[in-house]
Every structure is written in structure tokens, then in C-alpha cells.
Design a protein around this ligand. Sequence first.
Ligand SMILES: Cc1cc2nc3c(=O)[nH]c(=O)nc-3n(C[C@H](O)[C@H](O)[C@H](O)COP(=O)(O)O)c2cc1C
Length: 170
Amino acid sequence: MKIAVLNGSPRPKGNTAALVAAFKEGAESAGHQVTVLQVGAMNIGGCKGCEYCHSKGGGACIQKDDMAQVYPVLAEAELLVLASPVYYFGLTGQLQSAVSRFYAPMAPAAKKWALLLTSGSPNVYGAIEAQYKGILDFIQAESLGVFEYDGKHSGTEEAANEVKAFGASL
Ligand SMILES: Cc1cc2nc3c(=O)[nH]c(=O)nc-3n(C[C@H](O)[C@H](O)[C@H](O)COP(=O)(O)O)c2cc1C
């Protein structure tokens, strides 16, 4: 299946990227096609609320930025993985901006989702979990897995093996 991973971290060699790489390795070993987009390093503006997409735009956003790379991937992926460091109890601003822009086509095509979070402290995931659950309920998609690693665990072999095994199990 086609899998898209949106990594909200701006750090290409960060904790989230290492776990995304392990997940990709596992999923590819099972024959899946994985596209990783590091939205945290992209130029993606937040939704401007102009409603162009739902009037003249016919589902296309008026903003011309790096979402142009993301929309085609979202239109094809069967599984969407949101991967992010926790930034002040939320997704990174860059990933949150990309998520706000899901509004234009109304939803990514994927009916299967997963969540991969890294953080410094434990037990900081509640707000993101609530948003994730809200989105899935809204678009009637299912969660295949939620993976959360604090600073003591995100860099461990155990964590990498866990997400790799998840990818391989798909
Ligand atoms: C701006 C900023 C905000 C952060 N906010 C939190 C937070 O609210 N809770 C937490 O546990 N860790 C927080 N952290 C730590 C990161 O979530 C953690 O180091 C993460 O693993 C970094 O991922 P990356 O290496 O993929 O960028 C924050 C880090 C930064 C830079």
C-alpha cells in the first residue's frame, strides 16, 4: 500500500526522523511504498480562512507554497502517519499548518492513520491525542497505531525496533 509520513520536525537528523526511518525500513520490507515528507523543514503557511478552496478553487488552496508537494501525496496515500516532536503540548507549528490546510480538499484520502510522537517529558501527549481522535472521528478513519516516546526512550534501539516492527506488520 502507499504510505505517507508527514514529519513535523524541522530537524532532519532528529529523534522523530530516526524513528520515521525505522518505520520506513520496516514498512518497505513488507512491500509497502513509503513517502516521507519533512513538512517541518518546508515553507507551509497556515490556512488563511479565505474559503477560496470551497468557492472558486474547487478544493484547491489559493496559497502557492510547499503544500503543492504534499497535496498529491495525500491524495494517493492509503495510510497517513503523522509524526512530530511535541512542541509546547502540540504538534509543531509547521505540521499544524499543514493539517489546517487539509481543509481545502476536506480530508486526505487515507482511511488508515497512525501517530508517532517524540517529546522531552512523558505524559505530554493528551492534546495531540484529542486532536488526532477528533480528526479520525470526523473523517471516519481508523487508527492503526499510536507511538509516543519521551526523551528517555526516543533514541533507544527498543523504540526503533518497535516502530520498525509496526511498519513490517502492515
Ligand atoms: C520549541 C520546542 C518545544 C518543545 N515542547 C515540548 C513540550 O511541550 N513537552 C515535551 O515533553 N517536550 C518538548 N520539547 C522537546 C521535543 O519534543 C523533543 O526533544 C523531541 O524529541 C524533538 O524531536 P526532533 O529531534 O525530531 O526535532 C520541545 C522542544 C522544542 C524545540
